[in-house]
Design a protein around this ligand. Sequence first.
Ligand SMILES: Nc1ncnc2c1ncn2[C@@H]1O[C@H](COP(=O)(O)OP(=O)(O)OP(=O)(O)O)[C@@H](O)[C@H]1O
Ligand SMILES: [Mg+2]
Length: 275
Amino acid sequence: MERIQAAIQKAKEQRGAVVAPSPGGVGGGVGPGRGPLRASQVGPAWAELAAFDPEPRLLARNHIVTFEDVDPAHSHFDILRTKMLRTMQRNGWTSVGITSPTSGCGKTTLALNLAFSLARQPDVRTVLVEVDLRRPSMARQIGLKSPQSVAGLLQGSRSVAESFVRYGDNLAIGTNAQSVRDSAELLMNARAAEGVAAIKSAFLPDIIVYDLPPMLQSDDAMAFLPQLDCVLLVAGAEKSRLDEVDKCEKDLAEQSNVLGVVLNSCRYMSEEFGY
Ligand SMILES: Nc1ncnc2c1ncn2[C@@H]1O[C@H](COP(=O)(O)OP(=O)(O)OP(=O)(O)O)[C@@H](O)[C@H]1O
Ligand SMILES: [Mg+2]
C-alpha cells in the first residue's frame, strides 16, 4: 500500500495538479449502518428488476477481478472502493463519473471492478450506469444479452425497470445494447436530468457509478457533468500523455469535484500488485 501511495505521489509530482483520492481507512463499516439488504426490502424498483448472474470466466477474461476474490488484484479495487465511499459520504455525494482523456484507457473495466467490489458491501446500494452512448461496451464485457437502453431512459422512452438488471440484492446495472447518435444533445436535454432523478428515486442508491465516454473525443462527458457530484479520471499508463491528463483534470476541476486519477495498466510496478 505504501508503495502504491509512493507511486501515486510520484505520478502527482510529475503530472502537476493531479489530485489523488483523499486518505481514508481500508475495511468494512462504511455503509450508513443498515443491515444486509434484500431486493424486496429496498423498494419495489429493486424487486422488479430481472436478476443477472454473470459468467465468472468471462469476467475474469475481461479483467474484472472483483467478482470473485481469486485474483489478488481485487484488493486494490476494494481499497479504492472504500476510499471513494468514505470521501463521498463525508461530502454528501452519491454520483461519481468515470472518464479518461481518450478511449481504451480502462474506464469500463474500472467501473465494473468498482461496482462488483461495492456489491460485496451488503449494506451499500450501488447503481452502475453506462453513459457511453456512442460506443457502448459494458453489456458485451459482462455477457448481458438482454437489449437494455439507458439511452432510452434518458430520452424518456423507457422505464427504469426496463433499463436495469440486478446482480444480487444491491447492485443494479444499466447498459446500452446499441449506440446512439446525437448523444451529447441527448445528455444535455432536460429529459436526461429527469432520467437521472428517476434512477435516484427508484433505487435510493448510496452510490451511482457512471461509466462516461472519453473527454477529448467528444463533448458527451462534459455534457453530463452537471448530473454528477464528482469524477474519477482514468489514465492509461501507455496511452495517456501527461498534457492530456493535465488538460482533462483542469477542465473537470472547473466544473466538478475531481476525486482522483487512477493510473491503469501500469507495467512497471512490482509483480505483487498484479493489475
Ligand atoms: N489493467 C488492465 N490490464 C489489462 N487489460 C486491461 C486493463 N484495463 C483494461 N483492459 C483492457 O483494455 C481494453 C479497454 O478497456 P475498457 O473497455 O475498460 O476501456 P474504456 O476506457 O472503457 O474504453 P472506451 O473509451 O472505448 O469505452 C479492454 O479490452 C480491457 O479488457
Ligand atoms: Mg468504455
